[in-house]
Ligand binder design. Structure first.
Ligand code: GRF
Length: 224
């Protein structure tokens, strides 16, 4: 029998791709979560479903944002890290989360927790990290070498260091804080009049685009 390409009986039905199930972890305002929710509503995140939002703070605005979009939202107290991580891992498994997005999540995970979700946790960091996430210097697009600003006050550190360019990075989470391989990043020019707030706001407006791009890219590359 000849196999005829036009014969529909020979066309294998592809099983529909399952959506990438995303959990977003927040500790505060959740403007990056909002960017993901809005992109999802505008159908700009095909094949991605935001299934869960978790906050370690009961009064995080991020929780209100998630509830407005009818996303299951949990407050998970973080008094004892081992206990809290065990609960979080159980919830992530229950919701079958494929990807965990740290969007302003202010708690550091143990290496054991991270190992359970290898290459499945990504973080937004408001400074520029080297491609492999390692090292203490970064070369900007104009060839200037600047320090790598890690930790809680990366925006302030950039201002204090007197650099003229900083930025933001989406990277994989590894046991070393703010040091995982980069998914995407973008430079932000520092204005002479910038305060920590004005600079952080400008960085965030870039982040709102980058985090959507990173999740979209993750779904395209890794979720089959
Ligand atoms: C972002 O600037 C992110 O880089 C940092 O925390 C901030 C969170 O902002 N890790 P929001 O809560 O998404 O508004």
């Amino acid at each position: 029998m000849n196999i005829n390409d036009n014969d529909s009986s020979n066309i294998q039905q592809e099983s529909p791709k399952q959506p990438l199930r995303v959990a977003v972890l927040v500790s505060g305002s959740g403007s990056n979560l909002q960017a993901l929710l809005d992109a999802s509503e505008r159908q700009e995140l095909p094949g991605v479903e935001i299934v869960l939002v978790v906050s370690n703070k009961a009064d995080a605005t991020g929780l209100q944002r998630a509830l407005k979009h009818k996303i299951t939202s949990l407050f998970l107290p973080w008094k004892n890290r081992a206990e809290a991580e065990a609960r979080l891992a159980a919830v992530l498994h229950l919701f079958e989360a494929d990807l965990v997005v740290l969007a302003g999540w202010m708690r550091i995970f143990s290496p054991e927790f991270i190992t359970q979700f290898q290459q499945r946790i990504i973080n937004l960091h408001p400074a520029l990290l080297p491609a492999d996430g390692i090292g203490n210097s970064y070369v900007t697009s104009d060839g200037t070498t600047i320090p790598v600003f890690r930790g809680l006050h990366a925006v302030r550190q950039a201002l204090d260091a007197g650099v003229t360019v900083t930025g933001t990075t989406v990277h994989y989470v590894t046991p070393e804080v703010d040091a995982g391989p980069v998914i995407c990043r973008e430079e932000v020019i520092i204005d002479a009049n910038d305060t920590e707030d004005t600079l952080h706001e400008r960085i965030k407006s870039v982040e709102h685009r980058l985090i959507v791009q990173a999740v979209k890219e993750y779904a395209r590359c890794f979720h089959t």
